[in-house]
Design a protein around this ligand. Structure first.
Ligand code: PLP
Length: 451
C-alpha cells in the first residue's frame, strides 16, 4: 500500500492528458525516460538545448505552478452538482475520513483554507489572548496572522542555515529566555521539508507547549517514516497539523485545507469551524436533521463544501502519482545543479521525507555573477515563471511597525531571503520543461558557452 493512498480505496489514475492553461501537453516528450543515467545524459545536452530553450518564451511560457486536473475531477464535481447537496455533507465527511487514513491521523477536519485550518488548530490547542506562540520568520504571512487573530503574541525564532526551517537550538534558547512558558510552538515545514520534529516535540514536552504544525507544504512529507499529519507522537502535549489545498499545493480543492489531530482536538475545532454550533448543525436541512441547535462559542465559517471535497477526493487518490513526479523533477534539478557553483539547492537531510511542494535554490551572492532578482528577470524573459518563498515576516510592513523589527534581527532568514528562488516543480511539467529551466538557469548564472 502506498503511503498516501487511502486504505483499499485508491482512485484510478485518469488516463486523460492534463491541461495546463488550456493547452494540451503530452507527457514525457523527447526528453522523457526518468532513469538516473538518462537524466545525466540529458543534463550533458543542456547546453545544446540552449537555443531551443530561449525560444519558448514566445510560444509556450512555463508557469511557476499549475494544478493537474483531469476528467475524473471534472466528473466528480459535476456529480456533486447533480446530487443536490453542495455544501458540507457526505463528500466532505468521506474526504476527512480518507485524508486521516492517508496521513495516519486519528481525525481530520476539512476547512475552507489552510489558514482556517491553522487558526482552528491554535484555537483548539487552547491559544488565547496574551499567550506567546513561537514560530519562524521564513513563512507565509498567514502563519503569523492567525496568532495575531487570537490576540496572542508571535515570537519569531530564526531558522537553521541549512534547512531554513525553525532552528531547534534557537527555539530552546527562546523558550529559556521567556519569563513564562509559551502556549504553543508553530513550526513550518518549508517547501515540504519537515522541520526537526523530534527536537521540537522534546522542547514542547519540556515546557508544556502545544505543537501546531504548519503543514501547508507538507502533504506527502514524513518524519522518521511517519507521515506529517500523524500527530500521535508527543502525546504529552496537544498536537495538530494544518494542510493547504490552495491551487499550487500538492493536491488542490481550489481553496481549502485540512486539520489533523486527535478526536478531542478535532471535535473542538469542528465546533469553532461552523459558528460555534453544536456538532451536527451542518445536517440541519437534511433528512433526519433537526432545526434545533445550540451555539456554544462565537465560531467562524470555516467549513469546506462538498463540491470542493469531491475534487479533493479525486486529487487525494492521485497524491502518490503527484509525489512521485515531484520527486523525479527534484532529482533532475539536483543532478543538473550539482554542476553549478553559482547556485545551491536548499540542503536537506538525506533521511528527510520531502514533499517537494517547492524546489528552492540559493543564488549565492559571493559566487553568482547575477543576483536573485536578475535571475528572476532572466528566466521571465525566457518565459519561465518563478517565485520567492518568502519575504520574511519581520520585513513585512505590519509586523515591522507592530514589533519594531529590523532586517538584521533574524540574520539567517534575512540572508537566505536575499538569495532564495523557487523554480517550477509540478506534476504536469514534462522532462523537456525541466531541462528548459535548467538551461535557462545555467545560461543566466554561467553563460551558454561555459564549460
Ligand atoms: C507556509 C504556509 N502556511 C499557510 C498557508 C495558507 O494556506 P491557504 O492559502 O490555504 O490559506 C500557506 C499558503 O500558501 C503557506 O504557504
Amino acid at each position: 500500500m502506498s503511503k498516501l493512498s487511502p486504505t483499499g480505496e485508491d482512485q484510478a489514475v485518469p488516463g486523460t492528458v492534463d491541461r495546463v492553461d488550456g493547452v494540451r501537453r503530452a507527457h514525457g516528450a523527447r526528453w522523457s525516460g526518468g532513469s538516473g543515467n538518462r537524466s545525466r545524459r540529458s543534463c550533458r545536452r543542456v547546453r545544446e538545448r540552449y537555443a531551443a530553450a530561449v525560444s519558448r518564451a514566445a510560444d509556450s511560457p512555463l508557469r511557476f505552478a499549475a494544478p493537474s486536473i483531469g476528467e475524473d475531477e471534472v466528473a466528480a464535481v459535476v456529480d456533486t452538482l447533480r446530487s443536490g447537496w453542495l455544501t458540507t455533507g457526505p463528500r466532505t465527511a468521506e474526504f476527512e475520513r480518507r485524508f486521516a487514513t492517508a496521513v495516519g491521523a486519528e481525525a481530520a477536519l476539512a476547512c475552507s483554507s489552510g489558514t482556517a485550518a491553522l487558526h482552528l488548530g491554535i484555537i483548539a490547542a487552547g491559544v488565547g489572548p496574551g499567550d506567546v506562540v513561537l514560530t519562524t520568520p521564513l513563512t507565509f504571512c498567514s502563519t503569523v496572522h492567525v496568532i495575531e487573530h487570537q490576540g496572542a503574541r508571535p515570537v519569531l525564532v530564526d531558522v537553521d542555515p541549512e534547512s531554513l526551517n525553525i532552528s531547534p537550538a534557537g527555539l530552546a534558547k527562546a523558550v529559556a529566555e521567556l519569563g513564562s512558558p509559551p502556549a504553543a510552538l508553530l513550526p513550518v515545514h518549508l517547501a515540504g521539508l519537515p522541520a526537526a520534529m523530534p527536537d521540537i516535540l522534546r522542547i514542547a514536552e519540556e515546557c508544556g507547549a502545544a505543537v501546531i504544525e504548519d503543514a501547508a507544504h507538507a502533504l506527502g512529507a514524513s518524519v522518521g517514516g511517519r507521515p506529517v499529519g500523524d500527530t500521535s507522537v508527543g502525546r504529552g502535549v496537544p498536537r495538530a497539523a494544518a494542510f493547504s489545498f490552495y491551487v499550487t499545493k500538492s493536491i488542490t480543492t481550489g481553496e481549502g485545507g485540512m486539520l489533523t489531530g486527535d478526536h478531542a482536538l478535532v471535535q473542538k475545532a469542528r465546533e469553532w469551524s461552523l459558528h460555534g454550533m453544536s456538532r451536527d448543525a451542518w445536517n440541519r436541512y437534511g433528512a433526519g436533521g433537526s432545526w434545533r441547535y445550540s451555539v456554544t462559542q462565537p465560531g467562524f465559517k470555516y467549513n469546506l463544501s462538498d463540491i470542493q471535497s469531491a475534487l479533493g477526493l479525486v486529487q487525494l487518490g492521485r497524491a502518490d502519482e503527484f509525489l512521485t513526479r515531484r520527486q523525479a523533477i527534484a532529482q533532475m534539478y539536483d543532478t543538473a545543479f550539482d554542476e553549478l557553483d553559482e547556485i545551491r539547492p536548499v540542503s536537506r537531510p538525506s533521511d528527510a521525507g520531502h514533499a517537494w511542494h517547492l524546489y528552492m535554490i540559493r543564488v549565492l551572492r559571493d559566487r553568482s555573477p547575477v543576483t536573485r532578482d536578475e535571475l528572476v528577470a532572466s528566466l521571465a524573459g525566457q518565459g519561465i515563471g518563478t517565485s520567492v518563498h518568502f519575504i520574511p515576516i519581520h520585513r513585512l510592513e505590519y509586523y515591522r511597525n507592530r514589533y519594531g523589527y529590523a532586517p538584521e534581527d533574524f540574520p539567517v532568514a534575512n540572508a537566505a531571503f536575499e538569495e532564495l528562488l523557487s523554480l517550477p516543480i509540478y506534476p504536469a511539467m514534462t522532462d523537456e520543461d525541466v531541462w528548459d529551466v535548467v538551461a535557462a538557469v545555467q545560461d543566466a548564472v554561467a553563460g551558454p558557452a561555459r564549460g
